[in-house]
Every structure is written in C-alpha cells, then in structure tokens.
Design a protein around this ligand. Structure first.
Ligand code: DOR
Ligand code: ZN
Length: 432
C-alpha cells in the first residue's frame, strides 16, 4: 500500500486538538503520520496548500443516496462522487430507500455496494420503525450487528410518543444514537411550505413551525427521561432553537443540525413557485434563519449537514403541490456554510469545521474528525475565500434539483483525500 502523501504549507485546522497552525501534514499507508516519517521515501505525492485551509475530512450525516430503489435519482457511486466534490470523506446514508433500510440484508447490500462503488466512506443509518410506518420498531440489535451507526425514520417521524419512548429505550440498550426528522404529521397534513404570510399570498397549504417544535420538545423530554442521545435533524425554526437551548442548558442529551438552505433562503423564495425551493421541513422566515445562525454561534446547534435529496427533473417539473420534497446539497454545502456563517456573520472557521467533522464523528461514535497521527488519513482542503459560481450542469450527482444554480459563493473544497489518497480536486476525480 504505502503511498506517501505530503500536504504542504497549509493552515491546518484541527478541532479535535484545538490547533490552528501553518504546517505540513503527512500520510503513509492511509494513516496520518509525522512529516518526518516520509524522510528518505521516494514517490511522495505532494499537494501545495499554500493559502488554503487543511482540515479533517468533512462528514455529512444526512445524505439520501437513493440506492437501492431509485438509481435514476442517484446511486451510491454518483452520490459518493458528489460528496467527494463537496469535500466530504464520510457520509451517512439515510434509510428511506426502496426497500427501506429496516433489515440486516438491506444494510449488507448497501455496504457491499459502497465497498465496490463509493469513492468516500459510506456509513449506513437504519430505520427506527419497520417500513418507516411508525407502528412497530425495526430490529435494532440485528441492524447494529449488520453495521448501522445510527437509527432514523428520516422523511417520516414516529408519531406515537409511546413507540418513540420504546425506541429511545431500545436504542439505548444497543448503543445507537437516534436521529429524528421532527414533524407532527397531524399538523402538517397537506402542507407544502412554511405556514405564514407567503403561504397565504401563494395559496399553498402551510407546514407550521409548531409541527417541528412539538416534536423537538417531545424528543427533549424523552431524552431526559431515558438519558439517551437524540439528534434533531434539519432544525429550521427559532422556536426549535429555543427548545434545544433550554434542554441542553439542563444537560439533556440532545443536539440539532442546520442545513444550508434553511439559513441561505427563506419562504419568500417560493414566489415563483419554483419546486427547487420545496423541501421538508420547508424554508422558513428571515427571523428563523437569523435565529439559527445565532444558535450556531452560541453552540446550541453544533452540527452542520446537507439533507442531500436528489430528485429527477421529471419529478420536480410539475405543479408545486405535486413535486417531491428535497434539493441537492453535497456540492454546495461547504460554500454555503462558509458564505452564510463565516463571511456574512463572522463565525470562526474553527467552529464551522468542528460542526462538519469532530461533532458528527462524536455523535456517530466513529474514530474520525481528527488530524491526530495514527488516525485514518481523511483530509479536506478548503479555499475559504475565492468566489465561484454554482453550475448544476457540472454536478457529479445524477440529479439537478438545486435552487443555488448561478449563485456566487465565497469558499469551497478544492481537494479531498480518502484514506491517504486524493479522490478529487478541482481538476476532477482520481483512482478510477
Ligand atoms: O426534503 C426532504 N427530502 N426531506 C426529507 O425529510 C426527505 C428527503 C427525501 O428523501 O427526498
Ligand atoms: Zn428529513
């Protein structure tokens, strides 16, 4: 194996050690080593990171890969390429595939496929309930044995507090974190966008903030009761952030994530009925977006994720009510967070990198998100300053459903190394 790698002269940001220094980092046999260990070796691959930020490989714990079931939207191969092109070295595949990931055999199939086709690490999330129907719990122990690192019914939300309580208790026994898509379905019925001024103006059914907040509250109470860790996916409302702040201040084991679109866009963006602005949960108000940024600044929300949700053009090019929820995320994620958290709101790079590396690694209990010697050499190089323009036609994803086409952002990933090998940089993909 060998393959010595030297990334030179970068600003190395390692949240796990709290260090921010100009230095070289090195890898050998896919593992991080001291640059001294490469002395005298021939065939060292060098990457000049002058003026660039070098950080642990980014981790996205909220990705829809669509395989098995809908390879016309995305495959494990194309989704992992989109991840690499976005700077991600590890992604967590959500279980709302066809079939859903509620059995050991489906987990095995995804892991095998990822082994053969993926250019980044693909971790698997199992279902909370059988068939994601919210009626009977999935077999957590056998899912864990098959290799899942978390449980979620993402896309759906278990409505029964009783069943969710059992889910917390069983998940605690097997030691798997719960990731919850927080949605009280009785309050969202036909909702397709945020309930408020714009839903009234546009004549579309509303999906109210309180439908999310009720479930975040429930989750906080169940986490408190069972002392089991729950992570609230795609938090979108000021009220949701307030509930998390209160619960975390009491030591309740609960966390939340922000997706880029919920701080970069608002429900006013739906004025043209463009279905690329339709996702679940929906875009909210500017006040909500501002509250999310402040919650992130405070550390109340300390994980960032994409909710990468590819859909085909033929599915999105229909009336607003009929279109599926979801947008692409992986390739614009780093740029949007750098633009909207760092450049516009002055949030330190270290906090952003921590929320994309160490914090998701801790939640998933995986030995990643660090540049410590001896760790696997998953490394991302970021250019945090240079403006670039999003072009959906250049996407490595199979789908094109992004509302960010044509937008200029400051900052993006420029190179991605997985297990010590460069898999992508601005010139393209490697190792194929
Ligand atoms: O917008 C969304 N799309 N939200 C979800 O919860 C599911 C996802 C999907 O699978 O398309
Ligand atoms: Zn979701």
């Amino acid at each position: 194996m060998s393959h010595p790698l030297l990334i030179k002269n970068g600003r190395v940001l390692d949240p796990a050690s709290g260090t921010d220094t100009l230095r070289d980092i090195a890898a050998l046999d896919g593992v991080l080593v001291s640059p001294n260990a490469l002395r005298g070796l021939s065939g060292v691959e060098e990457f000049d990171a002058t003026g660039l930020v070098v950080c642990p490989g980014l981790i996205d714990l909220h990705v829809h890969l669509r395989e098995p079931g809908r390879p016309d939207k995305e495959t494990i191969e194309t989704g992992s390429r989109a991840a690499a092109a976005g700077g991600f070295t590890t992604i967590l595949a959500m279980p709302n595939t066809i079939p859903v990931t509620d059995s050991a055999s489906t987990v095995a199939w995804i892991r095998q496929r990822a082994q053969e086709k993926a250019c980044v690490h693909v971790l698997v999330c199992g279902c909370l309930s059988q068939g994601q129907k919210g009626e009977v719990l999935a077999p957590f122990a056998s899912l864990k044995k098959a290799g899942v690192v978390a449980l979620s019914d993402d896309g759906r939300c278990i409505q029964s507090a009783e069943l969710m309580r059992r889910a917390f208790e069983h998940a605690h026994m097997v030691g798997l974190p719960i990731l919850d898509h927080c949605q009280d379905e009785s309050l969202t019925a036909d909702g397709v966008m945020n309930e408020g001024y714009w839903s009234t103006v546009l004549g579309l059914h509303g999906w109210p903030a309180i439908a999310e907040e009720i479930m975040i509250s429930r989750n906080a109470m169940l986490a408190d009761l069972t002392r089991h860790r729950v992570h609230c996916q795609h938090v979108t409302t000021a009220g949701g952030a307030r509930i998390l702040r209160e619960a975390r201040s009491r030591g309740v084991p609960i966390s939340g994530e922000i997706c880029p679109h919920h701080i970069a866009l608002t429900d006013a963006g739906l004025e043209g009925y463009d279905t690329n602005f339709k996702m679940n949960p929906p875009l909210r108000t500017q006040a909500d977006a501002d509250a999310l940024v402040e919650a992130f600044r405070e550390g109340v929300i300390d994980i960032l994720a994409s909710d990468h949700a590819p859909h085909c053009d033929f599915e999105k090019e229909v009336e607003f009510q009929e279109a599926p929820f979801g947008i692409l995320g992986l390739e614009t994620e780093a740029g949007l967070f750098l633009e909207h958290l760092h450049h516009r709101h002055g949030i330190p790079l270290m906090d952003i990198v921590r929320a994309l590396t160490m914090n998701p690694a801790k939640l998933l209990q995986i030995p990643k998100g660090t540049l410590a010697e001896g760790a696997e050499a998953d490394i991302t190089v970021l250019d945090t300053e240079t403006p670039w323009t999003v072009d959906k036609h250049q996407s490595a994803s199979k789908s094109r459903n992004t509302p960010f086409h044509g937008q200029t952002l400051r900052g993006r990933a420029v190179a991605t190394f997985v297990s010590g090998r460069k898999v992508w940089d601005l010139a393209g993909f490697y190792g194929e």
